[in-house]
Design a protein around this ligand. Structure first.
Ligand SMILES: *Cc1c(COP(=O)(O)O)cnc(C)c1O
Length: 428
């Protein structure tokens, strides 16, 4: 495959955009080489500027669960655009999508729309702090909640007490209020609660982690977390930016039958337009301005184009009764095929999967947290990635990402992918 035009476009982009990209992981730093510039996409396929075709396993990092340029979404955006693109006033459409989201997701009475997952998580934390009148939060190493200051914290030597920032520009003051725990380690969380009595406003978690590859919660872990939060007057925040409307109509709350206090959304909820949202019970959500004292606002929040796209997406997911079963079956087929191939080719590997989130780790040990996720064979992943790319299979250019399966994928696409995986892992 030739990437002549993409390579040229990347050189031009680097002159005017830092690193040539508007979000770092797109730059292929984790795998080497230059990123492909996409011209268009339809269904399960991406087409780049050199007219190469790829079967897409990233799908805009999650939103395109029904495939690219999904007709009802495109139609909704097109029709809506003719009526004007932003007013800065309430619109009937916002109430309509809010009501639909409340119908689909359990345990929430009100929802507020924002423009990204980052904004949703950032606002959820402020709300939790305002509601509990406490400052500290607990997050888990390897979980990603967007790029706001409180979340850019990584384990340091004092990880079990105070976090240290992992980006310049995050103040140590902010970092001190973020406590770090190990995913799937309830003892670790208990110790943090004991060391910080009556100080923890919220525990925020990806109920199925998707930003260190796919890491499912261990049996009972989320239940124990729920109980700990309740016992300590702490809010449990489910960051369902990735899992929301993907794992089930009602997301991870429905799948695991756990009640969160605040739920964050992004990705699928916008149907491919910039949308995020956070939601909770009245008692909590009524603390938000203009009803309550916790301030949160946005010039383009609830934007009519974005709401039209999101509504068309959610409506399809709500009415197609077989959608989640189909996604489960397609992803299970891929998983089964990969097990067979990787075993046959003597590759040391682990596959993690929940519903249509799946990841392959090149390490035979179980991957249950950030440390075990990092233990994989990164050098081999790079070769694997480029081999697949050459075969027209586009997976995330990083070993720490989930693959997102879409309903647009056919079993032929999955077989093509499995054949490519076979070729990429022979003579390993
Ligand atoms: C993608 C993601 C975010 C950030 O959302 P953006 O729209 O990129 O700001 C937050 N949390 C999780 C779990 C995500 O996967």
């Amino acid at each position: 495959m030739l990437y002549q035009r993409s390579s040229q476009l990347f050189i031009e982009a680097e002159k005017v955009i830092p690193g040539g990209v508007n979000s770092p992981v797109r730059a292929f730093k984790g795998v080497g080489g230059t990123p492909i510039f996409v011209k268009k996409a339809k269904g399960a396929y991406l087409y780049d500027e050199d007219d190469n075709q790829f079967i897409d396993y990233i799908n805009s990092w999650g939103p395109m669960i029904l495939g690219h340029a999904f007709e009802p979404v495109i139609e909704a955006i097109t029709e809506r655009a003719k009526l004007g693109t932003s007013f800065g006033t309430p619109t009937a459409l916002e109430t309509k999508i809010a009501a639909l989201a409340l119908e689909m997701v359990p345990n929430i009475d009100k929802i507020r729309f924002v423009n990204s997952g980052t904004e949703a998580c950032m606002s959820a934390i402020r709300l939790a702090r305002g509601y509990t009148k406490r400052d500290k939060i607990i997050k888990f190493a390897g979980c990603y909640h967007g790029h706001s200051d409180s979340f850019l914290i990584q384990a340091g030597s004092g990880a079990s007490t105070f976090g240290i920032p992992n980006s310049p520009g995050v103040t140590s003051g902010t970092a001190q209020d973020t406590l770090l725990a190990q995913y799937n380690n309830i003892q670790n969380v208990m110790a943090l609660f004991e060391a910080n009595p009556n100080e923890i406003a919220a525990v925020i978690i990806e109920p199925v982690a998707g930003n260190m590859g796919c890491v499912p919660p261990k049996e009972g872990f989320l239940e124990q977390l729920r109980a700990l939060c309740t016992a300590n007057g702490t809010l449990l925040i489910f960051d369902e930016v990735m899992t929301g409307f993907r794992l089930a109509r009602g997301g991870a709350q429905e799948l695991y039958n756990i009640t969160a206090d605040i739920v964050c959304f992004g990705k699928v909820i916008g149907g491919g337009l910039p949308v995020g949202a956070f939601a909770g019970r009245n008692e909590i959500m009524n603390h938000l301005a203009p009803l309550g004292p916790v301030y949160q606002a946005g010039t383009l929040s609830g934007n009519p184009l974005a709401m039209a796209a999101g509504y068309a997406m959610l409506e399809t997911l709500n009415t197609d009764r077989e959608i989640y079963q189909r996604l489960e079956e397609k992803t299970a087929y891929l998983e089964k095929g990969m097990h067979k191939i990787l075993t046959k080719n003597n590759v040391a590997y682990t596959i993690n999967r929940v519903g249509s989130m799946i990841s392959v780790h090149f390490d035979a040990q179980p991957v249950t947290d950030f440390d075990t996720a990092k233990a994989g064979d990164n050098a081999f992943f790079k070769t694997f990635f480029h081999n697949l790319l050459q075969s027209g299979i586009y997976i995330a250019p990083s070993a720490y990402e989930t693959w997102f399966i879409t309903d647009a994928l056919t079993y032929d696409d999955l077989d093509t992918t499995l054949n490519a995986i076979d070729r990429a892992t022979q003579n390993h």
